[in-house]
Design a protein around this ligand. Structure first.
Ligand SMILES: Nc1nc2c(c(=O)[nH]1)N[C@H]1C(S)=C(S)[C@@H](COP(=O)(O)OP(=O)(O)OC[C@H]3O[C@@H](n4cnc5c(=O)[nH]c(N)nc54)[C@H](O)[C@@H]3O)O[C@H]1N2
Ligand SMILES: Nc1nc2c(c(=O)[nH]1)N[C@H]1C(S)=C(S)[C@@H](COP(=O)(O)OP(=O)(O)OC[C@H]3O[C@@H](n4cnc5c(=O)[nH]c(N)nc54)[C@H](O)[C@@H]3O)O[C@H]1N2
Ligand SMILES: [Mo]
Length: 770
């Protein structure tokens, strides 16, 4: 949806920041909120148009609420959680109750029984970052909490990359840049595409959306982009790309077929492999089939990935003499064996010998977030110090349901054996597990085992509905903050534009009042109010600017001006450039100091689902006669995850208030589905309803729906759990990528689709639950 153009207001607009972009906001003469793109942004993100009618939306939480069953019967496992009534309360009453419950759990079970992982993106401001707030609170008030490590975004990559090349931020944030692509790349193999919808988002905010322009410049220079994906739409029109339509989850096979062709045609760089890589011979044995009798030829690969043998051979030959970049979207590793395409793409890039060359080599995650492929600021941007956590227990983030369902159970992870703690209380602020987690009915079961579940939310998300205590908090635009990211040159004074909705309070103020009750206020607040903290967080940036002899405005000047331009480092190619030119002087942070084509460390773990070199491992849950289609559950274009799903821009992407499910004409016609049909997508775990869109430009074994529609749960005629709004996580599978990474596998699962012939149930996802 394009911006609703209103007559310009006479009142000044002020800059503000969201993960989806820096924008201008202010009150219109009639009191409504106006938002405008930031004037310096060449390609603004239309998601800003979710703000105006979100502020006062009925889905906002307006008052503290406590679940009736919890209030009447006290803490404890409860099957009513998620189905119960809520009772409104006053702040003083609810904080008294909550402080008492925190003390009880701490005394009876210890801080090690509190889960404070609280995964989620919350808002862009660096001070009111809810996850940091809840961590600091639990550290100071009860001495710590069980935490989570890694992310839903890149759980597999974050674990495997350090074994084979280096930390993810060195590979994604300080490596090949968009400017290099514009100027130098001649061939780009984009596994999972380079979808601009994704690249226009970055935590902390982004003022300069430069990806579209860079892709346009590259294409105009003659760079050939290949979008390797089950959906053509993953490449922007500007790339003028060629589409390599691949079966989901089969990229490792395709990559092996490409590697085999490069090798047998002598197109691989033996010298680079010898000087910069470790463990080639063992991998070569696998590639050629010496170790298992199966040469990973283009023909072999074609049978698995659905790409023609000829096309694979041509793709490989097209690299001869060219500057080639291989990118891998995060999506490929949010699937079973997600470590493999991350590793195999690195091996392919190593075979082409261009790692560290401008515009060539390995651009892991390019195009999936606006952090990647950019220059970095030379001055730091501050953050809220989270304090010390005395509890050592942790889980890989996506193992939350396993942890709650199996206290005392064991988990293999990255060479470790972890024991699941016995969690009594979970405290969440700034995330929506009933958006982000898989197999939501299993998750609901897991949360029912708790004594107490506390959620701070701006709105009645699925998570808030499953809580015992729901505390209403302010959203951005209702409080002062600082927006900044290490990869963006604009720091923004995010001044409050609206008064809080209802009696909502800042997360910080809620934690201050709780800390007072627990006697830990001084530790939590350090004696600062919110403005005091903003000054404190600004100071390292100001100091670093002053140290460099640059213009270093005082906090007051910054706050008044509203923006501060930060200097950025030159594009030096980062760790990989240095390594390329002098591998002995600049070794990689891997055991061999080189690119690990084989990893003795990983081999030593003995995991059959992640062996010592990249390998094709068939999916454990492939399509079957009952569930013949792959469901791709990817990121939404019209919002960030589930945030402000009730906003106008997100709403404009729905049909009759439901999410759209895209499918190939073949899938549709076999089932009597036409454009606009209501469809039911289901498997053994559950079902969702959505509106069909028929589209030629996708793989005929795939249906796709974006994540982020708020859960709206009913039982269908057969008693199966069904989301009538279109939340795909009701059908996704809850298992780790492998014993190495234990990342989420939510991107892909298998389903069946049918026309929904019964009466269409109303969508009530935004109606408060009382
Ligand atoms: N099937 C499937 N599932 C997926 C994915 C997938 O590809 N497929 N992708 C995964 C990925 S990559 C990610 S990162 C996750 C995202 O999962 P989340 O980060 O959990 O999703 P968000 O919707 O951003 O949740 C943020 C929540 O914080 C709330 N919030 C905003 N500001 C504030 C604030 O100031 N204070 C408080 N207390 N709350 C606030 C918002 O209302 C929202 O409910 O989803 C994952 N889930
Ligand atoms: N507008 C918007 N942008 C976002 C977000 C958002 O919620 N909204 N979320 C942000 C976050 S937190 C993250 S982590 C990133 C995620 O970035 P990604 O993980 O890259 O994003 P997705 O859209 O989930 O996936 C990209 C594409 O990969 C393709 N794909 C899926 N499975 C396969 C496969 O097996 N093989 C191949 N070759 N392709 C496949 C799908 O067609 C999909 O459209 O996006 C960020 N950007
Ligand atoms: Mo993510």
């Amino acid at each position: 949806m394009e911006a609703k153009m209103k007559v310009p207001t006479k009142k000044p607009l002020r800059p503000h920041s969201a993960h989806w972009g820096v924008f201008l906001a202010g009150d219109d003469d009639d009191g409504s909120l106006i938002v405008r793109p930031h004037p310096s942004d060449p390609d603004p993100n239309p998601i800003i148009h979710n703000f105006p009618d979100a502020l006062e939306h009925r889905a906002r939480v307006a008052q503290p609420m406590v679940r009736q069953g919890w209030l009447e019967d006290g803490p404890g496992p409860d099957a009513r959680r998620g189905r119960d009534r809520f009772i409104p309360m006053q702040w003083d009453e609810v904080l008294d109750l909550l402080a008492k419950e925190l003390r009880r759990v701490q005394t009876a079970h210890g801080a090690g029984s509190v889960f404070g992982g609280s995964y989620g993106w919350s808002s862009a401001g660096r001070f009111h970052h809810a996850q940091s707030q809840v961590h600091r609170f639990l550290n100071t008030a009860i001495g710590g909490y069980v935490r989570s490590v890694n992310t839903y975004s890149a759980g597999a990559a974050e674990v495997i990359l350090p074994h084979i090349i280096g930390r993810i931020d060195q590979v994604a944030r300080r490596n090949v840049t968009w400017d290099q692509i514009a100027e130098h790349s001649e061939v780009v193999w984009a596994f999972g595409g380079l979808a601009l919808k994704n690249a226009r988002v970055a935590s902390g905010g982004v003022s300069l959306h430069l990806e579209r322009g860079a892709i346009q410049r590259a294409a105009a220079r003659g760079c050939r982009f290949f979008g390797i994906s089950p959906q053509r739409s993953d490449m922007p029109d500007e790339a003028c790309s060629e589409w390599v339509c691949v079966v989901p989850g089969s990229d490792t096979a395709l990559m092996l077929g490409l590697a085999h062709t490069l090798m047998t045609e002598g197109l691989h760089d033996r010298a680079f492999i010898a000087s910069h890589c470790h463990g080639w011979p063992e991998f070569e044995g696998y590639l050629l089939g010496r170790s298992d009798g199966i040469p990973k030829s283009a023909k072999w690969a074609a049978g698995l990935c659905g790409v023609d043998e000829r096309a694979i051979i041509e793709l490989a030959r097209g690299t001869a003499g060219k500057r080639v970049l291989i990118t891998v979207a995060h999506s490929l590793q949010r699937a079973e064996h997600g470590e493999q395409p991350v590793w195999m793409a690195l091996v392919l890039a190593a075979m082409l010998g261009q790692i560290g060359q401008p515009g060539g080599g390995y651009g892991y995650a390019m195009g999936t977030l606006a952090h990647y492929g950019r220059r970095n600021n030379v001055v730091p941007v501050g953050a809220l110090n989270q304090g010390q956590n005395a509890i050592k227990d942790f889980i890989p983030v996506a193992r939350i349901a396993d942890m709650l369902l199996n206290p005392g159970g064991m988990l293999e992870y990255n060479g470790l054996n972890l024991r699941y703690p016995d969690i009594k209380l979970a405290y969440w602020a700034g995330g929506n597990p009933f958006h982000h987690h898989q197999d939501l009915m299993r998750l609901a079961e897991a949360f029912r085992r708790l004594d107490t579940f506390i959620v701070h939310e701006i709105a009645w998300t699925g998570t808030a509905r499953h809580a015992d205590i729901v505390l209403p908090c302010t959203m951005t635009l209702e409080r002062d903050d600082i927006g900044a990211a290490q990869t963006d040159p604009l720091m923004v004074a995010m001044r409050r534009i609206r008064k809080p909705h209802g009696v909502a309070r800042d997360d910080y103020d809620i934690f201050c009042d709780l800390s007072r009750r627990l006697g830990t206020y001084e530790d939590f607040s350090d004696g600062r109010d919110a403005m005091g903290w903003l000054k404190h967080i600004y100071e390292p940036t100001r100091q670093a600017l002053a140290d460099k002899g640059l213009d270093a405005p005082s906090f007051e000047e910054f706050w008044e001006t509203g923006e501060l331009r930060l200097p950025q480092a030159a594009d030096d190619g980062g760790m990989l450039r240095a390594f390329r030119h002098a591998p002995r002087d600049n070794p990689l942070p891997t055991p061999s100091g080189r690119i690990q084509i084989t990893s003795p460390v990983i081999a030593g773990f003995g995991y059959d689902d992640c062996p010592g070199h990249p390998a094709w491992i068939p999916p454990k849950r492939p399509p079957s006669p009952e569930h013949p289609l792959w469901l791709v559950a990817n990121q939404p274009a019209s919002r960030l995850h589930s945030q402000l799903d009730f906003g106008a821009h997100s709403q404009s992407s729905k049909v009759n208030g439901r999410e759209v499910c895209t499918m190939h004409p073949g899938v549709a016609s076999e089932r009597g589905i036409i454009d606009g049909s209501l469809v039911r997508v289901f498997n053994d775990r559950g079902a969702f309803l959505a509106v069909a869109r028929v589209c030629e430009d996708m793989h005929p074994c795939v249906v796709q729906i974006a994540t982020g529609a708020w859960l709206d749960l009913r039982r269908d005629g057969d008693g199966v759990a069904m989301c009538v709004h279109g939340n795909p996580n009701i059908v996704t599978f809850d298992a780790g990528t492998s014993r190495l990474g234990q990342g989420t596998t939510g991107q892909l699962c298998v389903v069946q689709v049918e026309r929904y012939e019964r009466d269409a149930p109303d969508v009530t996802a935004y109606e408060p639950p009382f």
